[in-house]
Write a protein that binds this ligand. Structure first.
Ligand SMILES: [Zn+2]
Ligand SMILES: [Zn+2]
Length: 120
């Protein structure tokens, strides 16, 4: 059988759990989050084996600001340490294929990556 995904570039997929303490601190810092949606797990969407050791995931989209999303960063085995607004990556693969990552992200753009299926 031919694996059609062979050679494809994939997302990192590392998961982290966001604690209520972390989310409450983000709200205190002015990030508009719905705390009733926690606890939640987020997954790193940067390219697998990314050069930068920090993992990156979208925490929330900002409904009134279509040029920004809220991202969290963490190191493997640690709780997230940063939450911040970032503007979108300005690079697109066409009119309907914008990159869904943030400006100046490392490694591949979102349209170059497929979701990584990690077996438990
Ligand atoms: Zn990662
Ligand atoms: Zn990009």
């Amino acid at each position: 059988m031919i694996d059609i995904r062979y050679g494809m570039r994939v997302q990192c997929g590392e998961r982290t759990e966001l604690s209520i303490r972390f989310l409450a601190a983000a709200v205190d810092a002015g990030i508009p989050l719905d705390l009733t949606l926690r606890p939640r797990t987020v997954r790193c969407v940067i390219e697998h084996q990314h050069a930068d050791e920090e993992h990156q995931a979208v925490l929330a989209e900002l409904p009134l600001a279509d040029t920004a999303e809220v991202w969290v960063s963490w190191l493997s085995g640690h709780e997230p340490h940063t939450v911040e607004r970032r503007t979108y990556c300005p690079v697109s693969a066409g009119p309907d294929r914008p990159c869904e990552l943030y400006a100046q992200h490392p490694d591949g753009h979102s349209w170059q990556l497929i979701e990584r299926h990690v077996t438990a």
